[in-house]
Design a protein around this ligand. Structure first.
Ligand code: GCU
Length: 341
């Protein structure tokens, strides 16, 4: 696995080097800005990044050439974060889950049942007094978060076991993201956590190495998991944002005017992505149900929530400095209580 990861990263870096060489030898003297992500070209995240590309090039096109690389072309998310850290690429999209291994502060947004509704989630993520201290906390590690992208609600789905209560997870191997919080969550819910990168999940499901996974509805269609998994259960355990991160040296090297334009671009990416997200989820659900034969289940979420409720207190005990931010999120939860549909 390690060898494969190293080979992939090497391949990415070599091809980037070749691309850079091509850029330098042509007449095109614009600086190439590379953005990597792990979704398909149909995905709201790709559509948003293309909007960002067009916006930046419309304003600063004589200086910058933005290139968006989808589908793990530059490596897995973990690899892309490392490439962004070193400046081999300028930006990538990483799930908030993975960022917790780079800064403890990110643990907060990975907590199960942190937000009471998607309205509370959006309001909290739009509030810079909440995200600011977290987004800036990786500067020393070489990158900074510049905006968040919606990744909906994470739910369990399995090849052939309907999940109605946490007890149904017992004995099942469930893929989770490579994050200590997610592993702990699975332990408390009673399933067996199998951490792996997103790109490996389809084959693992197909070859029965795992019994299921957890994600938003787009994983069923866009990533084909619904071809193998026939039960998708709305236990609503997490709303984990995706985060657009940028290399700090690149961002700090922008002039004040350029930075202002980039900030406008980041906001645009956020807006486009969340608008696209709503219809993408509806379409995914429809396709999963009608074309892939996935059955959607609506269990009582309370037993799931109770099983992992202790994680909130443990997180606060371990990271007392995050308490004010946690409290600010609770205020949004009160303002926008659960109205689950
Ligand atoms: C979602 C999320 C990705 C993440 C993936 C995963 O698709 O948008 O950023 O990589 O889940 O489960 O790994």
């Amino acid at each position: 696995r390690i060898l494969r990861a190293a080979a992939l990263t090497l391949a990415a870096v070599v091809s980037l080097g070749m691309l850079a060489a091509c850029g330098a030898s042509g007449e095109d003297n614009r600086q190439i800005i590379r953005i990597g992500h792990n979704q398909s070209t149909n995905h709201p995240t790709h559509i948003a990044l293309v909007a960002f590309e067009e916006f930046i090039e419309s304003k600063l096109g004589d200086k910058y050439n933005v290139e968006v690389y989808p589908s793990e072309l530059l490596g897995s998310q973990n690899e892309m974060v490392q490439l962004t850290q070193t400046g081999a690429i300028n930006f990538c999209v990483a799930s908030n889950s993975l960022l917790e291994t780079f800064s403890d502060n990110y643990t907060l947004f990975n907590l199960p049942y942190l937000f009471s509704s998607s309205e509370a989630y959006h309001a909290a993520m739009d509030d810079e007094s909440i995200t600011g201290p977290i987004f800036e906390s990786t500067k020393q590690a070489g990158f900074e978060a510049v905006t968040w992208l919606d990744a909906g609600t994470r739910n369990f789905y399995t090849v052939n076991t309907p999940i109605e209560t946490p007890a149904d997870l017992k004995g099942l191997k469930i893929r989770v993201q490579q994050s200590p919080t997610n592993v702990e969550m699975m332990r408390l819910l009673g399933g067996s956590a199998t951490p792996m990168g997103f790109g490996d999940v389809y084959t693992a499901l197909q070859s029965k190495i795992i019994d299921g996974a957890e994600n938003n509805e787009l994983a069923l269609t866009d990533n084909g998991h619904g071809d193998v998994c026939k039960y998708y259960s709305y236990d609503m355990h997490q709303m984990i944002p995706d985060i657009l991160i940028g290399n700090i040296a690149f961002l700090d090297g922008l002039s004040e005017e350029e930075r202002a334009i980039f900030e406008e671009g980041f906001d645009l990416a956020n807006q486009v992505q969340r608008e696209e997200w709503v219809s993408a989820v509806e379409e995914a659900k429809d396709r999963a149900q009608n074309e892939q034969g996935v059955e959607f289940l609506y269990p009582d979420t309370k037993p799931f929530q109770e099983a992992c409720a202790s994680m909130h207190d443990s997180m606060l005990a371990e990271h007392p400095d995050l308490a004010p931010i946690y409290e600010a999120i609770q205020a949004y939860n009160e303002q926008y209580p659960s109205g689950e549909s």
